[in-house]
Design a protein around this ligand. Sequence first.
Ligand code: PPS
Length: 462
Amino acid sequence: MYNYSVAPHHAGVYPVHEPLFEAWRRVWKIRVTCTEEYPHFRPASRRRGFVYKGIMVLPRQTCGLYTHTLLFSAYPGGHAALTKSIQGGEIFFSIIYNPFALFMTHQQNYGNDRLAIYTFENAVRFVNCWTNIKLKWMDPLKMGIAYFQRFPDERTPVWGNPCSDPRHLEILSSDFNCSQLALPNAVIVGPQKTGSTALYAFLKLHPNVQSNVENNVTYEEPQFFGGKAYLNGLDWYLNQFPFDSGVEGQQVLFEKSATYFDSPDAPRQMNALIDEAKLIIILINPAKRAYSWYQHMIAHKDPIALKYSFAQVLAATDNDSERKLWKLRQRCIAPGRYAHHLDRWLEYYSPNRLLIVDGEQLKDDPVPVMNDVQQFLGLPLIDYKQLLKFNEHKGFYCSQAEGNKTKCLGKSKGRGYEPMGAELTDSLAKLYLQDNIALHKMITKMGWRTPRWLQEQLVKLS
Ligand SMILES: Nc1ncnc2c1ncn2[C@@H]1O[C@H](COP(=O)(O)OS(=O)(=O)O)[C@@H](OP(=O)(O)O)[C@H]1O
């Protein structure tokens, strides 16, 4: 009647068991349910709601009545403890502190000894008598809608590792294998257009390294954190990695999604799932990155990029009638404000979990860079001199293939285009000056190595 359902023993609501949500959605048209497990059972005050596959999951409170508490005498501490909980104790505060309070008790309590009815009649009476809080009953569907209007930020779930919570572990489906959990222990987070694909391809050459599987839409990138795919759920993400890729010892399982770097949500979402991962950030002169992005949009036949020159794109303002021109300018410029984005990553990961790679050095002289990367990831060192070779035709380093041949990245990486021109180079250097100074300060403070291009930029404008 209310499009509301509770799973037996709450199994599968959270951690999400896909077939349950699918059956609820398709067969039963369920719109709302609840759990006390999200994100964790304790502390109860931190329970939250989320929406998954159109089903609203509300946080449920605990009232201490279970199948075995049919009589006052069975309630832990007896009648006196229950009265205390109602009159200013746990039940009372659960109602007071939660603008939306959802309790559930078992059929037996209602049917047999009426303990739940006793408890809630008294709790309501107590609240009405001693507070000026107005209690209101709502059917679950209306409550779900009202809940997410009040807490819109909670709609998107935050996926955690179910194997690290003993209660979650207990209700996982039997085919969920925690000992072989294929979660990456390293991620190349971008930003876009800095050489991230070359780094991805080079790292994959290492025998102790495995990566995600590729797809037809975003190719080598899962683009899970901070992206639309995040709503596909944890099983979807796990399926991006080969089944036998549980990691141990000197093994690295990694993915790269260059979209993560400047996403406002990616650091928080990634940390909730893989807080021990090592992150690689690859930076080039942001002016070059901006121009490369513009060329990328030209190659993708973006009508705005085709209509306006790069100089016109850079000159766009927030007041421009052509909104898309401003948006393109932002996509060129904003990811290059490196210190600003790095600050967000540092909120969630300690500096020693982050490696800053000089993307310009990777392009010109990749072997020392790959040595640093191997060291950072704790990999046994292999000789990248034997694996990479400069290809004159491509103009870039490529992997060695059989018969003295090379295997280079595709046409979309290392596109040939007109150089930017001195005037635009200068104006972008000025535009990024404060950001580059902030980046340099941050790099020094964190004890990271300063990329050569950054030193050159700062010397040039000082
Ligand atoms: N070895 C090698 N081969 C090919 N390309 C290389 C290589 N090393 C660095 N680069 C530079 O990488 C630029 C593309 O960066 P990304 O791979 O990060 O782009 S993307 O965000 O994944 O689309 C790409 O930018 P464009 O030159 O603008 O195409 C290259 O300059």
